[in-house]
Design a protein around this ligand. Structure first.
Ligand SMILES: [Zn+2]
Ligand SMILES: [Zn+2]
Length: 279
């Protein structure tokens, strides 16, 4: 499987990148090797968060009509705002939209329990209206992994001002044929047990590092990690590779990178928009 870091900017889109939007892809051959049969032997595309501006850059990599699922870490706009645009794309596409074909798509959207109401409100829907014909909203339940074709996604409760989850995504490895690989994603969080549990022995740990030691010490805990706190979580979890993300446009990514390297001995990098990582 492959991770594409479509949008990496923290908290709001930056001049070079949309906000948090990550695409996980599995090829048809990998799906077959993972035990998929029949119509499930095909390319799979699942989006982890769909933040502000993410739908635009996502189209460089995949036709949104080909998505197999959306997994939302939480409902801050920099992680879910483009559900509105995706709804328009799936419903009103000139030839293949639900409103043209008459058949409802019901793309699975996993998220916090209030995701359906929030998405409808963002789009301007009133009481009694919903996006149910296009989206099939499903609530995360910690300890209950969900399966999307060859991928398994397990949510872990993390430490943020709103209901928030990190994920552990397991799927067929692209670099070790016949084996499974694990991608861990922090969502937005401060240091917590759920973060370490999600990242345990992960092949790649995609972890936010929005804050900086010193600069942001006066802000209350329970919002974001620093590079140092992300590095500590990666070390404690035994993650094999650390990929820092969610750095805001006003921050220099070299700062969290240097902080993480002080406390984590494995390979560390910072996401770039459009970056690709084989697992
Ligand atoms: Zn965020
Ligand atoms: Zn957030």
């Amino acid at each position: 499987m492959r991770l594409v870091t479509v949008g990496v900017s923290g908290s709001f889109p930056g001049p070079e990148s949309p906000a948090s939007t990550y695409l996980v892809r599995v090829s048809a051959a990998e799906a077959a090797a993972a035990g998929c049969t029949g119509a499930d032997v095909r390319e799979w595309n699942v989006v982890l968060d769909l933040g502000s501006g993410g739908l635009g850059a996502l189209q460089r990599h995949v036709d949104p009509l080909s998505l197999d699922g959306v997994a939302l870490s939480h409902l801050h706009p920099d992680h879910c705002a483009d559900l509105s645009g995706l709804y328009v794309y799936l419903r009103y596409h000139p030839t293949r939209g639900d409103a043209r074909t008459g058949s409802s798509r019901q793309l699975p959207v996993y998220g916090p329990g209030s995701a359906a109401e929030r998405a409808a409100a963002m789009y301007g829907m009133g009481p009694g209206e919903s996006m149910d014909g296009v989206y099939d909203f499903r609530s995360w339940a910690p300890g209950r992994p969900v399966r999307l074709g060859p991928l398994e996604l397990e949510p872990f409760t993390v430490f943020h001002p709103v209901e928030a989850y990190g994920f552990r995504v397991t799927g067929p490895s692209s670099v070790r044929p016949g084996e499974r690989a694990t991608l861990a994603y922090s969502g937005d969080t401060d240091s917590c047990a759920g973060l370490v549990d999600a990242a345990r022995d992960a092949d790649l740990f995609l972890c936010e590092a929005a804050f900086q030691e010193g600069r942001d010490d006066g802000i209350e805990r329970g919002i974001h990690l620093t590079g140092r706190r992300a590095g500590r979580a990666a070390a404690e979890a035994g993650a094999r590779r650390l990929l820092l993300t969610h750095v805001a446009a006003w921050s220099d990514p070299r700062v969290p990178l240097a902080e993480a390297r002080e406390v984590y001995g494995g390979p560390v990098d910072v996401t770039v928009p459009g970056g690709e990582h084989e697992l």
